[in-house]
Design a binder for this molecule. Structure first.
Ligand code: PSV
Ligand code: MN
Length: 426
């Protein structure tokens, strides 16, 4: 199913007058406050977030998986789903593939399909957390960190194969998330595991094309519950430094212990020019992978405050690669992603409203109350008309969820793909 701009324009007609009124009211008020509204709208339009191929089906838990009807079962269908998301939101202009789930059969056809949806290929992801059919070696006791050289070599080679696949598609980065670790004290020698991981990452790094980046993700626990080799930002940062200039840390919002000050991690990494990738989701307890902004929208806003500050003040840091890494098990995955995209844009827009000069001044004067007022003044502003305006101008839907439902997207997908089609992935 494809959604063309004319249909959306027609759908938008109904809410246009009310949108215009709300937008005019808000922008008048913001302009008086010294905000550059057209600049904010442009920034929102330019902000594109990659959709991971594995979020398009209903996610599961280790207790089971309830698939959602009409899930995409091929790479082509996954790309069609991202095409739908992008048409509606104008914010999902990229897809992130996971190998071996998404190996293309016909590269030219896949590239053409991407172009027809106006989407590009973001980072490619390797998978050494599962054993593959016919693989010689098993990752039961780790991959890049494994004690056995042959196992490490197989894992390194897989990452190199993933780079080759990404290269043929026009991807420019590889994300490595490592499940390696141990479940019981004494099971592993920490130093050897870290050393092996470092050496393996360097081998992968050597195979990286000149214009590519390597993103090293960290996570404190799961699937290993006693120790994880790349457990925190410090370990990831250290490994990225060991590898070289093209290696960066990747922050996944769900990969922190409760109450970690993620915004401070963001600030530190950007100051050091090492924040390469960013995975959005929300969590209550751990790596819950739930809809962005559904639990802690204020924390997300504070993180965006640091991201915006870093993008404006840290030329040493590359523009980060944004991706949603959420997939829940009870919602329609596409509706869930639309909600996540909206929450990301909302937090970004609010962060763009922060009066940075006033904030610096209040900080210099140690006026703590004023500092809080400045942040919360931005946070409490209802910025949704700005998001709607950005979408409308780019040809998207004023309300993506309403358009999705009234166009009966899921019903169409079920009709085309059947009730039992299941997406590959986690
Ligand atoms: C596992 O925690 C994970 O969610 C990581 O965040 C990766 O980015 C993703 O899976 C895909 O491998
Ligand atoms: Mn992630």
């Amino acid at each position: 199913m494809r959604i063309d701009k004319e249909i959306l324009q027609e759908k938008n007609q109904k809410g246009l007058k009310s949108h215009q009124e709300k937008f005019d009211f808000l922008s008048n008020f913001l302009v008086k406050d010294g905000c550059n509204v057209p600049d904010i709208i442009n920034k929102l339009s330019e902000f594109q977030v990659a959709i991971p191929s594995w979020a398009l089906g209903a996610g599961g838990t280790r207790f089971g998986r309830f698939s959602f009807q009409g899930e995409p079962s091929t790479l082509e269908q996954k790309m069609d789903d991202v095409g739908i998301l992008h048409a509606l939101t104008q914010t999902a202009g990229a897809i992130s593939l996971h190998i071996p789930w998404d190996v293309p059969k016909d590269y030219d056809a896949i590239k053409q399909l991407a172009t027809s949806h106006n989407i590009v290929f973001d980072a490619v992801n390797s998978n050494t957390f599962q054993d593959q059919k016919n693989a010689k070696e098993s990752y039961r006791f780790g991959s890049l960190s494994n004690k056995e050289k042959a196992i490490r070599e197989q894992a390194v080679q897989h990452n190199i194969d993933v780079i080759d696949i990404g290269n043929k598609l026009g991807s420019k980065s590889l994300t490595v998330w490592l499940a390696d670790g141990s479940n019981f004290p004494g099971q592993n020698n920490f130093q050897n595991a870290l050393q092996n991981t470092q050496d393996s990452l360097k081998d992968i790094y050597r195979a990286l094309p000149e214009d590519w980046k390597l993103y090293i993700e960290y996570k404190p626990y799961e699937p290993n519950f006693y120790s994880t080799v790349i457990q925190d930002w410090g370990t990831s940062f250290m490994l990225a430094n060991e590898c070289g200039d093209k290696a960066y840390s990747l922050v996944d919002l769900g990969h922190h212990l409760p109450n970690t000050n993620i915004e401070q991690i963001v600030a530190t990494l950007m100051m050091k020019g090492k924040l390469g990738g960013f995975h959005f989701n929300d969590s209550k307890y751990g790596d819950d992978d739930i809809t962005v902004g559904s639990i802690k929208p204020y924390a997300l806003f504070l993180i965006f405050n640091e991201l915006v500050y870093g993008m404006n003040n840290n030329p040493q840091n590359p523009y980060p690669a944004w991706m949603i890494d959420a997939s829940h098990n009870i919602k329609d995955p596409l509706e869930d992603l639309i909600q996540s995209l909206e929450a990301i844009q909302e937090a970004y827009a609010k962060a763009l409203l922060i009066d940075q000069d006033q904030l610096r001044l209040a900080q210099m004067e140690n006026d703590v109350v004023r500092c809080q007022e400045i942040l919360q003044n931005a946070y409490r502003t209802d910025v949704r008309p700005l998001l709607q305006e950005a979408r409308r101008k780019s040809g998207g839907a004023l309300s993506p969820i309403n358009a999705y439902r009234s166009l009966k997207v899921r019903e169409n997908l079920i009709q085309a793909r059947g009730k039992n089609s299941v997406a590959s992935g986690l």
